[in-house]
Design a protein. Structure first.
Length: 107
């Protein structure tokens, strides 16, 4: 929480998105560009000393995939997972959770 408050103060944020990117590494932008998410995840994975196989599978969608798996483990139904993740297509959600050892349960 302290780091978040320091960031908000440093960036002079009073409204809008908290997570923001930098323009030319100097100017704080209005939001975090989605193209940088995978780079951030890979940088953190490298810092955590993940192996190359894991690193290759990390993408900007990794958090969404993980969230879908967490919801499935909690016993959420497919419609509940879709609502929570903002998905409109069952195909995407099913692709995200296809490797899960869990079974989608109806609630």
């Amino acid at each position: 929480m302290e780091a978040l408050l320091q960031w908000k103060e440093h960036a002079e944020l009073t409204d809008g998105k908290v997570l923001r990117g930098f323009i030319r590494q100097q100017i704080i932008g209005d939001s975090l560009d989605s193209s940088h998410i995978a780079k951030i995840f890979k940088k953190l994975a490298k810092k955590a000393q993940f192996n190359e196989k894991i690193m290759r599978n990390i993408s900007g969608h990794s958090a969404r995939v993980g969230h879908a798996h967490d919801l499935l483990r909690e016993g959420k139904s497919l419609p509940q997972i879709m609502v929570a993740g903002g998905w409109k297509s069952t195909d995407i959600v099913l692709r995200y959770i296809e490797n899960s050892s869990q079974v989608i349960m109806r609630k």
